[in-house]
Design a protein around this ligand. Structure first.
Ligand code: KG4
Ligand code: ZN
Length: 334
């Protein structure tokens, strides 16, 4: 019998549903909630209500696009955490009702493990062990991946996530949320070495991004006092310099981790792994350090249900199912 999985992702501000048949992604529908941009960040209450509005349509679209009927499904999976409680509850409740009504097994997938496993959606896939740099709006992690579900965090941020640093720096420049992709775009025409920001001093493999964010804020403020048009005149160069500094911090720790654990299989994941400089840097370092590198397609970097479906495929292999009483966990660890 074919394994036909429906996956639902509602951890933050993207409502997504995907279908995987025997570990192959057949559809991946993502509805991104634009309503948050005017608020300068994700508003949890709004996010949860938007998921309620979108979820049925997104699931129907995923089924239609994969040419799969509800009765063809044999597993229902969803993101159990970490994420925003109100948002997770929508996906979890929907998945539970569907699993109950169709009498199908239920799997609650760890969102951060799913980001790592997005590297198994398309070929080539990494060999174990590998290191994954998972970088998103909520997390910055170096993960030692020993097997599909056997992962260990070997470094993480002590304060802000790198995606947050991108978004908050963008906000200082007057760019709407989420500013990360806009900084990336503006950087294409900027000089990355024009402005320098103080780098964090954090030992071992951990990260810190709150200091650099403050240093960007004070730098921009002081320049604006001298010239009120400073941002306008230098937007591309400021963006490129911010992007360069943030990516440099990530790359330094990634190299350190690869050396410390003597691992040459390197993967990236999460929304910030869509960043063009980060992707270029991984390719540049590959030839210097003799790495084998794995970079997911852009649509599998930012939040998506395809990664939940592929993770569920490996949960099934390990017979890790949940019962109908399962609850979301906003602070779920590895
Ligand atoms: O993984 P994701 O979609 O959601 C979370 O789980 O957080 O990541 C969203 C983050 C946001 O901070 C967004 O600004 C950032 O990823 N991001 C980028 C780019 N695309 C998305 N940051 C820099 N450059 C990009 N191209
Ligand atoms: Zn995510």
């Amino acid at each position: 019998m074919k394994e036909v999985i429906l996956a639902i992702e509602t951890s933050c501000d993207d409502t997504s549903a995907a279908i995987a048949i025997d570990g192959i992604i057949k559809s991946n529908i993502i509805n991104s909630q634009d309503v948050h941009s005017i608020h300068g960040g994700v508003v949890p209450e709004i996010s949860s209500r938007e998921h309620q509005k979108n979820i049925i349509l997104v699931v129907e679209e995923a089924l239609k696009s994969a040419k799969v009927k509800k009765n063809d499904l044999n597993t229902i999976s969803f993101t159990i955490g970490p994420g925003l409680l109100g948002s997770l509850l929508v996906g979890c409740s929907f998945a539970k009702s569907l699993s109950f009504s169709l009498n199908l097994p239920l799997i609650g997938v760890n969102h951060m493990k799913a980001h790592v496993l997005s590297n198994f959606i398309d070929n080539p896939i990494p060999d174990f062990p590998f290191i994954c740099l998972t970088v998103s709006g909520g997390h910055t992690q170096l993960v030692l991946v020993k097997d599909f579900l056997n992962m260990k965090i070997i470094g993480e941020t002590l304060d802000d996530a790198v995606g947050e640093a991108f978004d908050k720096s963008a906000k200082i420049l007057g760019i709407e949320y989420p500013g990360g992709p806009v900084i990336d775009k503006l950087s294409q025409k900027g000089n990355p070495l024009k402005f320098k920001f103080s780098k964090p001093k954090v030992s071992d493999l951990n990260f810190s991004f709150s200091g650099i964010k403050t240093s960007i804020l004070y730098f921009v403020k002081s320049q604006m006092e001298k010239d009120p048009e400073f941002i306008e005149k230098n937007l591309n160069d400021i963006s490129a310099s911010i992007q360069y500094s943030l990516v440099e911090i990530l790359m330094e720790k990634l190299i350190k981790a690869a050396n410390k654990y003597k691992i040459s299989n390197i993967a990236i994941a999460g929304g910030v792994s869509a960043n063009s400089l980060l992707r270029k840097e991984i390719e540049r370092l590959k030839s210097i350090y003799n790495w084998k590198t794995f970079i997911p397609k852009i649509e599998y970097c930012t939040d998506n249900a395809a990664m939940i479906a592929i993770a569920a495929h490996y949960y099934i292999k390990e017979k890790r199912f949940d019962d109908i009483n399962v609850c979301p966990n906003p602070r779920l660890n590895f």
